[in-house]
Design a protein around this ligand. Sequence first.
Ligand SMILES: CC(C)(COP(=O)(O)OP(=O)(O)OC[C@H]1O[C@@H](n2cnc3c(N)ncnc32)[C@H](O)[C@@H]1OP(=O)(O)O)[C@@H](O)C(=O)NCCC(=O)NCCS
Length: 235
Amino acid sequence: MSFGKMSVYDVYGAGGHAQVVIDVLRAQGIRVRRQYNDRPENQHPASINVLPGIRRVGLGRFPVLDVPVVLAVGINGERAELARMLDAHFGQAIHPSAIVAPSASIGEGTVLLHGSIVQPNARVGRHVLINTAASVDHDCVVEDYAHISPHATLSGHVHVGEGTHIGAGAVLIPKIKVGRWCRVGAGAVVVRDLPDHCTAVGNPARVLPDRSGEPTPDWTLIRSGHPEDSGLVAP
Ligand SMILES: CC(C)(COP(=O)(O)OP(=O)(O)OC[C@H]1O[C@@H](n2cnc3c(N)ncnc32)[C@H](O)[C@@H]1OP(=O)(O)O)[C@@H](O)C(=O)NCCC(=O)NCCS
């Protein structure tokens, strides 16, 4: 939908991260019509036109999404669930200060924040968050729902698995493979491949044996049928 020359989007999420995503959309010349929120207790006071989210009203009563939507929810597993639950066209949010090589590919719904860099031939999946000033170097692959935190550095040919969170300022040396749904601590220096579902911290990064990785999504949540069928019920 457009109002005059301006595009209009909805933003799913109403916490602090949603404020950043709204700032990005505005910088792209996009007007934000509504926000949706499943967590009233976390609502940022600057939020605008907030409607209850699909987890609060149930699948059947959630409004039709007739404009592009960006998932502005920081928890990777929640973005994965929402991408499955919502019958929507997902838009990207790419700040004008982000640098994306023409040969790089950026998936549906992905957010690139201020000053982030994606270098040639990198492939960034769907609903990924490349946070402020993070860099994704040439030939990297960042799978769906991953989050590369502020100032993290992925050297060339790094592979980050689905849903994995790379902490702020972490450094991954070239050709490292990090598994799916992992957590890499802030400031970690990753010099060896990491298995799925792990948490690793430090320099050199070591897996914490008593910790699991990023919470995995509930893949049984579906977009069609009744709320009861999908496990989504109104409060
Ligand atoms: C790695 C992380 C996920 C672990 O969280 P957690 O499971 O709650 O772990 P804890 O805080 O209980 O720490 C477990 C141990 O790891 C250590 N540790 C935690 N984070 C660490 C880090 N980033 N670097 C080095 N050591 C770390 C703790 O000191 C603790 O050590 P101890 O057992 O000797 O006391 C978290 O600390 C982290 O770094 N998250 C990244 C946050 C971030 O960058 N967010 C960006 C948002 S935009």
